[in-house]
Design a protein around this ligand. Structure first.
Ligand code: SAH
Ligand code: SF4
Ligand code: F3S
Length: 485
């Protein structure tokens, strides 16, 4: 069939209804349209660049978008100096949001000189109607806007863009659909994220994620295991199971299955040597999960367990559904079951109504648990969330002061606890050549601590035994040990 002489409406009539066949049809169509586009502008290749903001969900989505674009025939490049630039956006805090507008302004200036270039925006910000309105009004040069539920549709949407100069906007409010088996292009050959669920039902009162990612949907375990088998066959040794709250995985499936049971099945996949997961909500963390972690040979001794606040009063208003005492008890239980486990966390400072006493409760939990590291965030008001309407927002200067004190405590605690493996030999999965010194390689322990040691590119993707000679505050310097026979 000849796509060049077919309108989008005609193509839509011809396209299969079922997925992923429909998207395969549109990838083929885009390939022909892209070739025509390149011929028209005398281009040898058409390059693309995806800039990813936000969390691992977005990183994984970007790998899916990359897979689709490469299948169409675009060539990936590292900088925004590309023929097609796509921003995969985040809106969890306001500054994530502002960064996108700043960058977009610069991109618009470049497009004035290169009118043939295409600009697309997708991701969490696009799920907010005010954002799309603003883009339509003040950023007319954007060619394509789509939402978090439309990622799989990139080829279909792009084929509309090739045919017209108008801005194409497609943002679904929600979906119950999970499209399997579309192309994916991994950033790292040896490790990969694997979505096990999408969306979130928790509605923590400060958080915008449930509004922009929709209701919780779990993938079928068979689809997950199939994907992990294929990844293992393709050289992947480490998988990171992804969900906003992995501990509630599987509850809404036709044949319900627990997250712990899913982990048992992942453990069986040959070739996978390390299993990680992100994120665990404390309220749903089961004893069964702790047991599976204790028994497993592959699940990494690392748990990211977001605290958000140490004050039971604030936790209640945050709608987190656990208390300070419950959190401490849980952390204690996990540490006892998995000795040497690294605990990391997320903490918000300056939630509406947070008093000095509330804040000191947070400091107290940090001291008592001894986190290896913590992401600390200044509370950011997100329109549409219950917390945004709460009175007594904490003054900026007070928040700043608390933030600095917390950061210092977090760093000091991390420096104390995460050196626990100094002078031992541990397995390191080598990830890359060191950024600053090309004679070194950089990798991670199972508990996620970074290790640098002398080595070369041939080690990338390998698990190497390394003697951890010196702990430097938040990373180790080491030397590889050759195994004795
Ligand atoms: N699903 C994960 C978190 C996803 S968002 C969980 O429940 O743990 C990542 C982190 O961003 C959160 O843990 C929280 O600490 C932070 N965050 C979310 N909304 C925020 C807001 N409005 N202001 C500041 N930090 C926020
Ligand atoms: Fe946001 Fe809470 Fe859901 Fe995490 S669990 S994504 S913090 S609403
Ligand atoms: Fe940001 Fe969306 Fe992730 S808002 S943190 S990219 S789910």
């Amino acid at each position: 069939m000849d796509h060049l002489h077919m309108t989008h409406e005609q193509a839509c009539k011809l396209a299969p209804i079922e997925e992923p066949a429909r998207q395969e049809f549109f990838m083929e169509r885009c390939r022909e349209l892209l070739n025509a586009h390149m011929a028209q502008y005398g281009m040898e290749r058409c390059s693309f660049h995806i800039e990813t903001f936000g969390c691992q969900m977005n990183s994984r989505d970007s790998e899916k978008l990359t897979g689709i674009l490469e299948q169409i025939g675009f060539t990936q490049v590292d900088t925004e100096d590309a023929d097609f630039v796509l921003y995969n956006t985040c809106t969890v805090r306001e500054n994530a949001n502002l960064r996108v507008y700043g960058r977009l302004g610069q991109l618009g200036a470049r497009k004035k000189k290169h009118p043939e270039m295409m600009i697309a925006l997708c991701g969490c910000m696009m799920q907010e109607p005010e954002v799309v309105e603003k883009l339509k009004k003040s950023y007319r040069f954007v060619d394509l806007i789509f939402g978090t539920h439309n990622i799989f549709q990139l080829a279909e949407l792009l084929s509309v863009c090739f045919g017209q100069k108008k801005m194409v906007v497609e943002v679904w409010e929600g979906t119950d659909k999970i499209v399997e088996n579309l192309p994916v292009e991994r950033k790292y050959p040896f490790k990969s994220g694997v979505n096990i669920m999408f969306g979130c039902n928790n509605f923590c009162s400060y958080c915008i994620v449930p509004y922009v990612r929709g209701r919780e949907r779990s993938r079928n375990p068979e689809a997950i295991i199939d994907e992990i088998r294929r990844l293992a066959a393709d050289g992947v040794v480490e998988v990171m199971l992804l969900g906003q709250n992995v501990n509630s995985y599987g509850k809404t499936l036709e044949h319900p299955i627990s997250f712990a049971e899913l982990l048992r099945r992942v453990e069986q996949v040959e070739g996978i040597r390390r299993i990680r997961f992100m994120t665990s909500h404390p309220k749903d963390l089961s004893d069964e999960l702790i047991e599976v972690m204790r028994e497993s040979k592959k699940i990494c001794p690392h748990l990211h367990l977001p605290l958000q606040s140490g004050s039971s009063r604030i936790l209640k208003v945050m709608n987190r559904r656990y208390t300070k005492e419950q959190y401490l008890e849980l952390a204690g239980k996990i540490k006892a079951a998995v000795p040497g486990i690294a605990l990391t966390t997320d903490i918000i400072v300056g939630f509406p109504g947070e008093t000095e006493e509330d804040f000191l409760e947070t400091m107290d939990v940090v001291e008592k648990v001894g986190f290896d590291s913590a992401f600390t965030f200044i509370y950011s008001k997100r329109t549409g969330t219950p917390a945004a309407a709460m009175e007594d927002q904490v003054p900026e200067a007070v928040v700043k002061d608390r933030f600095d004190r917390l950061l210092k405590l977090v760093q000091d605690t991390g420096a104390k606890v995460s050196g626990r493996e100094e002078h031992t030999v541990q397995e390191v999965l080598v990830e890359e050549i060191n950024d600053h010194d090309s004679r070194l390689v950089t990798g991670r322990l199972g508990n996620n601590t970074v290790v640098h040691f002398p080595g070369d590119a041939s080690l990338i993707g390998k698990i190497v035994k390394v003697s951890l000679d010196e702990f430097k505050g938040f990373y180790y310097m080491g030397t590889a040990v050759t195994e004795e026979r």
